[in-house]
Design a protein around this ligand. Structure first.
Ligand code: B12
Length: 385
């Protein structure tokens, strides 16, 4: 049994989750923080509250948005309330009492450059504090040079890097390597690294954990071993020699612009699109190109196919046919005809889209199709922000 499990009380998690959900979903930060504080006052362990009530609640906010049962504004509001709840918990006297005494060592917790998902990192930071570490929480999108300066200045025993969105993995690779060059071991985590942490190993991290409890357990006997000084990241990814990643990311703007131009000529209905719809469509295509680049970087077709099928699910939930993605993928494949790995990724994604028979749809439904009966009037392909 792990320490986290020992600490878990026999509390009625479902009842507390329901009470918090009701407050979070209407954006009532007072009711939400009152509920969380009441849970602590009634004896719930702070780690349990964070990991078995609050974290699943936040994930549910995401799945409700994906299923189109919450609007973007509701998702943003709920996330903001949850951030306030976590801040209130961290300041609760029962939690602060636990931080007294000699810390076990110092840990820097930071999000990868370009990574906005700070909440998972914040939860990790709070749990590590609860387990007796002195934590410097650096927040969202920390530029790697500044992170490195921080490591030189403070000399932590470990740096914990968080990333939720796979497109940040090339930046994560650079950050991991740079941190290791300072002699600081790197623990990574977050959804971007895959449910089994496969990208953590591929990118040479010194450790990975699926959640904050597992991370704290992993460090229970002390920080990770120092990284090997002669680690050569290029050895991890020999396929990068073909330059496909560099060519796709280096021409991303042009790829998006040309795809937009062509879609326009193939779908006359686009002529009537508003400026905002055009902008969102361009952002969506840019997101697809971003994921394509990341899959090339990691040489992992599943990553791109997974993103495209996830996107298809988002569209389907908004009554936009999943097959509307195919023309955009076609146009990208035509432009990238000279790049065998990229065209293979695009072909596999198209195959995955075709596999389940797409629902009957209007012939003019492209990537940019107007949703039918959707509370969100302008959904996008990966849109949540
Ligand atoms: C809230 C949220 C946002 C907020 C973030 C606010 C904030 N302050 O964090 C905002 C609105 C900014 C946002 C933006 C975007 N988001 Co968002 N977002 C989410 C959402 C709803 C919740 C994320 C979260 O907090 N989860 C809860 C925590 C607890 O998750 P967790 O991963 O389980 O955390 C644990 C472990 O991962 C681990 N862990 C985490 N970090 C670390 C670090 C270490 C070292 C270790 C050991 C462990 C560890 O421990 C944690 C605690 O146990 C998710 C949906 C979801 N279901 O998660 C989407 C989601 C992650 N977002 C998504 C997307 C697409 C985006 C955008 C690209 C949208 C857009 N079009 O602009 C942007 C990305 C911008 C960027 N460059 O980062 C997609 C990603 C899809 C994909 N296939 O990758 C998701 C999955 C949406 C969905 N419903 O499917 N988002």
């Amino acid at each position: 049994m792990t320490r986290g499990e020992q600490a878990r009380p026999h509390a009625d998690l479902d009842a507390w989750t329901a009470r918090l959900w009701d407050a979070v979903i209407v954006g009532d930060e007072y009711a939400a923080t009152d509920a969380a504080v009441a849970a602590l006052d009634e004896g719930m362990d702070a780690e349990t509250l964070l990991l078995d009530v609050i974290a699943p609640l936040q994930a549910r906010v995401g799945s409700e948005w994906a299923a189109n049962r919450l609007t973007v504004v509701q998702e943003h509001t709920a996330t903001a309330v949850i951030e306030r709840v976590i801040a209130a918990l961290a300041l609760h006297p029962a939690v602060r009492r636990r931080h007294r005494g000699e810390p076990r060592g110092r840990i820097a917790v930071a999000c990868i450059d370009g990574e906005w998902h700070a909440l998972p990192a914040r939860i990790v930071a709070e749990v590590l504090r609860l387990r007796g570490w002195q934590v410097d929480y650096l927040g969202a999108q920390v530029p790697t040079p500044h992170l490195i300066s921080h490591l030189h200045r403070t000399g932590p025993a470990l740096v914990a890097l968080s990333s939720s969105i796979a497109t940040r993995l090339p930046a994560a690779h650079a950050a991991i390597t740079a941190c290791q060059a300072t002699g600081t071991p790197v623990l990574v985590g977050g959804a971007a690294f895959g449910p089994d942490g496969r990208y953590a190993a591929l990118l040479g991290a010194d450790g990975w954990a699926p959640n904050a409890r597992a991370a704290a357990d992993l460090l229970a006997d002390g920080p990770l071993r120092k990284p090997k000084p002669a680690h050569q990241p290029v050895d991890d990814l020999p396929h990068l020699a073909d330059q496909e990643y560099a060519r796709v990311t280096g021409t991303a703007h042009r790829l998006v612009r040309r795809t937009m131009d062509e879609l326009q000529s193939r779908f006359p209905a686009m002529a009537d699109y508003t400026e905002q719809q055009r902008r969102h469509t361009a952002e969506d295509i840019a997101h697809i190109v971003d994921f394509l680049g990341t899959a090339l970087y990691l040489d992992d077709p599943d990553l791109f196919t997974g993103f495209i099928t996830w996107t298809a699910g988002i569209l389907t939930a908004r009554d936009v046919p999943a097959r509307s993605l195919v023309p955009a993928l076609d146009l990208l494949a035509e432009q990238l005809a000279g790049l065998p790995r990229a065209t293979d990724l695009l072909r596999r994604a198209q195959d995955a889209l075709r596999r389940p028979a797409p629902p009957a749809a209007d012939e003019d439904s492209g990537v940019l199709a107007e949703p039918v009966g959707d509370p969100d009037p302008d959904p996008g392909l990966g849109r949540i922000a």
